[in-house]
Design a protein around this ligand. Sequence first.
Ligand SMILES: *[C@@H]1O[C@H](CO)[C@@H](O)[C@H](O)[C@H]1NC(C)=O
Ligand SMILES: *[C@@H]1O[C@H](CO)[C@@H](O)[C@H](O)[C@H]1NC(C)=O
Ligand SMILES: *[C@@H]1O[C@H](CO)[C@@H](O)[C@H](O)[C@H]1NC(C)=O
Ligand SMILES: *[C@@H]1O[C@H](CO)[C@@H](O)[C@H](O)[C@H]1NC(C)=O
Ligand SMILES: *[C@@H]1O[C@H](CO)[C@@H](O)[C@H](O)[C@H]1NC(C)=O
Ligand SMILES: *[C@@H]1O[C@H](CO)[C@@H](O)[C@H](O)[C@H]1NC(C)=O
Ligand SMILES: *[C@@H]1O[C@H](CO)[C@@H](O)[C@H](O)[C@H]1NC(C)=O
Ligand SMILES: *[C@@H]1O[C@H](CO)[C@@H](O)[C@H](O)[C@H]1NC(C)=O
Ligand SMILES: *[C@@H]1O[C@H](CO)[C@@H](O)[C@H](O)[C@H]1NC(C)=O
Ligand SMILES: *[C@@H]1O[C@H](CO)[C@@H](O)[C@H](O)[C@H]1NC(C)=O
Ligand SMILES: *[C@@H]1O[C@H](CO)[C@@H](O)[C@H](O)[C@H]1NC(C)=O
Ligand SMILES: CC(=O)N[C@H]1CO[C@H](CO)[C@@H](O)[C@@H]1O
Length: 420
Amino acid sequence: MLLPSLVLLVALVPAAFAAQAFQFVPPALTPLSTSTNYTGANNNTLSKQDVIPGLVFDRFIYIFLENTDYNDAASTAAFMNLTQQSILLSQYFSLTHPSEPNYAGAIGGDFWGMGDDDFYNIPANISTVIDLLEDKNISWACYQENMPSDGYQGFNFVSPNYLNASAPDYTFYMRKHNPAILYDSIVSVPSRLARIRNFNDLAADVNASAIPQWLFITPNMVNDGHDTDVDFASEWLMYWLPTMLNDPNFNDDRTIIVLTFDENETSEINNNVYTLVLGGGLPANLRNTTDDFYYTHYSSISTVEANWGLKSLGRQDTNKTVSNVFSFVANVTGYTNVELTPDQYPLTNLTTVFNGPLNPDQYVPFTAPNMSAVGAGGQGVFVAPSLNTSFTAALAPAPVNLTAMNLTQLRECAELVKHL
Ligand SMILES: *[C@@H]1O[C@H](CO)[C@@H](O)[C@H](O)[C@H]1NC(C)=O
Ligand SMILES: *[C@@H]1O[C@H](CO)[C@@H](O)[C@H](O)[C@H]1NC(C)=O
Ligand SMILES: *[C@@H]1O[C@H](CO)[C@@H](O)[C@H](O)[C@H]1NC(C)=O
Ligand SMILES: *[C@@H]1O[C@H](CO)[C@@H](O)[C@H](O)[C@H]1NC(C)=O
Ligand SMILES: *[C@@H]1O[C@H](CO)[C@@H](O)[C@H](O)[C@H]1NC(C)=O
Ligand SMILES: *[C@@H]1O[C@H](CO)[C@@H](O)[C@H](O)[C@H]1NC(C)=O
Ligand SMILES: *[C@@H]1O[C@H](CO)[C@@H](O)[C@H](O)[C@H]1NC(C)=O
Ligand SMILES: *[C@@H]1O[C@H](CO)[C@@H](O)[C@H](O)[C@H]1NC(C)=O
Ligand SMILES: *[C@@H]1O[C@H](CO)[C@@H](O)[C@H](O)[C@H]1NC(C)=O
Ligand SMILES: *[C@@H]1O[C@H](CO)[C@@H](O)[C@H](O)[C@H]1NC(C)=O
Ligand SMILES: *[C@@H]1O[C@H](CO)[C@@H](O)[C@H](O)[C@H]1NC(C)=O
Ligand SMILES: CC(=O)N[C@H]1CO[C@H](CO)[C@@H](O)[C@@H]1O
């Protein structure tokens, strides 16, 4: 019997080592049940807060999938289905490569020159959309599938492989896909840190009708397509999203959901990612339509600012070229979008070529935002505690190459340490 088992083993080895060979398995009985497969246990529920009405929606849910070219997403079963109940934002672009700077930029209004997926702590004087929301008492939370405990700050986490019980433990959670944990302005405040929760908490918060008004949702490394492919992510969406859409504690007639990808898969083309806006808050006449305005992840900040009349970050969220407000919102709030033709689109498929405090080869310090910017909310710029507002970009020294000087360890924030 030795020979047949050897043949079997040889035949199985390549498949077992190829992540793509994973078959989708529901991690829980339903998206609204808790499961040991989610790693972190449920930790109570958030307390209900008063709902602060927005001009167009009262809840904004941001869901990030991974590394998929526009046309590949368009051809999957889940996206063919969902597109028919959504506005397709056909000219929505990611910011750069690889993953982490896209997540950082999606809540911080800049990716600070970052061109890798390393371990970063962005200093506490750098504000994010969380500051803008809390300034108006708008509740928020981030839900990270397979994060081991609320506010977990580690680089990754390895859990039993629920896809295949005989396979080794698996890294289902990565810090690089958790935008809030990158910012010390969030991490250094315990009440904020506690709002970075896992999927058992998500189920519990929905069941308790305690879901906040602004959410960022990150599926795990297989369900978001990162270690798998968009067909796997499509299966996850078909398992997970319909149940959530049908639950009024998650999706009601004042909820919109932005379903997007952190970045494309092919660098040679610009960074267009298939992006849908759906949810009960979408006017019926806009379902199954396409919006061709140029948008980026920064538009998901400016749209939230416009909806609730928030202050701005004074970063790229106020750069009119890259921060058009989703037009069904702009039309109501009176914001005027810029119209770009494709030859005017910025190249967002570039990486490591941007000056910034997180690019050691082209280092400039963290500076104050543009304090005179007026964002899509019609308000001024939020000033983070301990921000030196007079240290503006105009006063910053020219970029230096810390790598060439062997000085990367002297970057101004001692905690800004590379762990790779
Ligand atoms: C965890 O996943 C496995 C599939 O690998 C499934 O059999 C099991 O029911 C799941 N556990 C729960 C609590 O849903
Ligand atoms: C999309 O899928 C849902 C169930 O998940 C189904 O009810 C609906 O009819 C589908 N829509 C289209 C247009 O196929
Ligand atoms: C959406 O639009 C497509 C093409 O315009 C059409 O074939 C399809 O039936 C529409 N779906 C729904 C649910 O209206
Ligand atoms: C937010 O809530 C606090 C505490 O209830 C209150 O003092 C403050 O005025 C509120 N801020 C706004 C903008 O409503
Ligand atoms: C549970 O929540 C509390 C309060 O928010 C927090 O202090 C604690 O660290 C959390 N524990 C886990 C295991 O997530
Ligand atoms: C970025 O995209 C442009 C336009 O498609 C292409 O010409 C260029 O070569 C790409 N750049 C890289 C670095 O792949
Ligand atoms: C605004 O965005 C465009 C396109 O990325 C860029 O060229 C320009 O420098 C940005 N402006 C500022 C002030 O950052
Ligand atoms: C926004 O308003 C313009 C001009 O009235 C109109 O053409 C367009 O269809 C509207 N777009 C949306 C998404 O409502
Ligand atoms: C922000 O904080 C960092 C680290 O504490 C400090 O070095 C930097 O000068 C500050 N920048 C501004 C603009 O306040
Ligand atoms: C920075 O210095 C490193 C090491 O000398 C070098 O490899 C790299 O090309 C330099 N980068 C720039 C932008 O000059
Ligand atoms: C770079 O600095 C480290 C310590 O800061 C030192 O150990 C190393 O020898 C230096 N490398 C070069 C090439 O000077
Ligand atoms: C991570 C990933 O798959 N991205 C692709 C898109 O562009 C990058 C960087 O330019 C490529 O290296 C990747 O293949």
